[in-house]
Write a protein that binds this ligand. Structure first.
Ligand code: FAD
Length: 467
């Protein structure tokens, strides 16, 4: 007899949803997690703090209202780290309460501590006082997430040279900042600090950033960030970061030197598998600490599953949740169809980006013909009302089936608006549905109709030329 039917290691989005799903299927479930990390990276150091910080930045700087009230508009002149932090602590606290309550309502036991395998069915949980509890389970789901990768050559000190976790503990809003790595996390924080008035320099080894996104939208983002005084160095590698009394000097391999009060490294993340003693369960992680799984999220050991960031791409909270739910159902003998092929991407830069489906580059590369329909927020009444004159929505439409192949949004509300396109695509709708649909007026959602009309008109023109 096992202590639990399902044991989940890690309480981030993947672990939580796996535990709740197994509990709903009437299994005896426990979650292993450190006392101060309920909710995982998502709630404590990643998604929720960064998005709350972003909201505080937008509110206090009045950035989004400057289109209406002029470039000098500010809600608060001197924005401090404390101003930014207050809201974050509140939101994180409330979210942790919600998760605790959900787990307890569903009778999921919470075992405080770090877990490691003793054998394939036994996990030892060691709490912060060193006390060890051994528990056995029929099925085990690993949802231990990731931590920031720290190059050995860089001396992190939590104040001057930091990673994305360190951002949350900054005592002041720095005058200048170097962001190493223009991935999603790096560029989100770069845009937030630029909005606060910090002079940001982004250093990226590759020639492009966010290369999985629509090129035109990334160009629009770069234009906006440059307008906020962000400097980009693409195709540049950091040779050294030297600590100085007034900050740090970032030295590039090309010989350039960039002085800044703070340097934030955002050079990828690695799987939190080092403490799991995977070898005792017959498992191995790859060089970046990631665990390999099959389509049911099963590892090489049939009864052990892995979900969320610890299995790698796409490393998003929403995807991790769904993986957790699917893995739990499979582990409980009630498998689900699997993850939907349409996965939305949301990037909370200022301004934000969201897309679903394919990009122009990808379609062109695969020789799939498409037509483009564009709506610009400045042509929408709602865009004028809210002062967003740069936003845009782009539809990629198949000339043959008239189906939507991709939806790309840039500007206010992009991450919310996208889901209209997702619903149409997911239900097999065509551009004609959007042409015929009546949208509330004045809304940003109306951009779907404007873009659909644009695409439909272009398709009609091509058809007329072909006669
Ligand atoms: C700065 C930042 C911003 C982000 N913004 C977004 C965003 O806007 N949208 C989005 O979708 N995603 C975002 N993400 C990604 C998102 O946070 C992750 O995809 C998500 O948290 C992954 O969930 P997970 O279930 O894999 O576990 P995680 O949230 O990574 O949590 C894993 C948990 O496992 C615990 N754990 C690890 N090892 C053990 C062990 N041995 N024993 C017990 N417990 C253990 C850890 O303490 C941790 O609490 C962001 C990430 C970062 C860092």
């Amino acid at each position: 007899m096992w202590d639990f039917d399902v044991l989940v290691v890690g309480s981030g989005p993947g672990g939580q949803k796996a535990a709740i799903a197994a509990a709903k299927l009437e299994r005896r479930v426990a979650v292993v997690e450190r006392r101060n990390m309920i909710g995982g990276v998502c709630i404590n150091t990643g998604t929720i703090p960064s998005k709350t910080l972003r909201e505080a930045v937008l509110h206090l700087t009045g950035l989004n209202q400057r289109g209406m009230y002029g470039q000098s508009y500010r809600v608060k002149d001197e924005i401090t780290a404390a101003d930014l932090g207050i809201r974050t602590q509140h939101v994180v606290g409330r979210e942790v309460d919600v998760i605790r309550s959900q787990l307890s309502r569903n009778h999921v036991a919470l075992l405080h501590g770090l877990g490691h395998f003793v054998d394939p069915h036994t996990v030892a949980v060691v709490d912060d006082k060193g006390q060890e509890l051994k528990v056995t389970a029929e099925k085990i789901i690993i949802a231990t997430g990731t931590k920031p990768a720290r190059p050995a050559s860089v001396e992190f000190d939590e104040h001057t040279i930091i990673d994305s976790d360190g951002i949350l503990h900054l005592r002041d809003v720095p005058d200048s900042m170097v962001v190493v790595g223009a991935g999603v996390i790096g560029i989100e924080y770069a845009s937030m600090f630029a909005a606060l008035g910090t002079k940001v320099t982004v250093v990226e080894r590759r020639e492009r950033m966010l290369d999985f996104c629509d090129l035109e939208i990334v160009e629009a983002l770069k234009y906006h960030l440059r307008d906020l005084a962000v400097t980009f160095w693409f195709g540049e590698t950091v040779a050294a970061v030297e600590k100085r009394s007034r900050g740090a000097l970032t030295v590039l391999e090309s010989g350039k030197k960039i002085p800044a009060e703070t340097v934030m490294y955002s050079a990828g993340r690695e799987g939190m598998t080092g403490a799991l003693a995977l070898e005792n369960a017959g498992l191995v992680a790859d060089g970046r600490g990631r665990i390999g799984v099959d389509e049911h999220y099963r590892t090489a050991a049939e009864h052990i599953y892995a979900v969320g960031d610890v299995i790698g791409f796409p490393s998003l909270a929403a995807t991790s949740m769904e993986q957790g739910r699917i893995a739990a159902h499979h582990a409980c003998g009630e498998p689900l169809p699997g993850i939907h092929h349409l996965q939305p991407i949301g990037i909370y830069t200022i301004p934000e980006i969201s897309f679903i489906g394919r990009t122009e580059e990808d379609l062109t590369h695969s020789h799939v013909p498409f037509e483009v329909g564009i709506a610009r927020y400045r042509e929408l009444a709602r865009g004028q009302i809210i002062g967003d004159t740069y936003g845009m929505l782009k539809l990629l439409v198949s000339p043959e089936s008239r189906a939507l192949l991709g939806v790309h949004v840039f500007g206010t509300g992009a991450t919310e608006l996208l889901h209209i396109g997702q619903a149409v695509m997911g239900c097999g709708g065509t551009v004609d549905y959007l042409v015929d649909a009546v949208f509330n007026y004045p809304t940003l959602a109306e951009s779907y109709k404007v873009a659909a009309l644009d695409a439909a008109n272009k398709l009609r023109r091509v058809a007329r030329f072909e006669l």
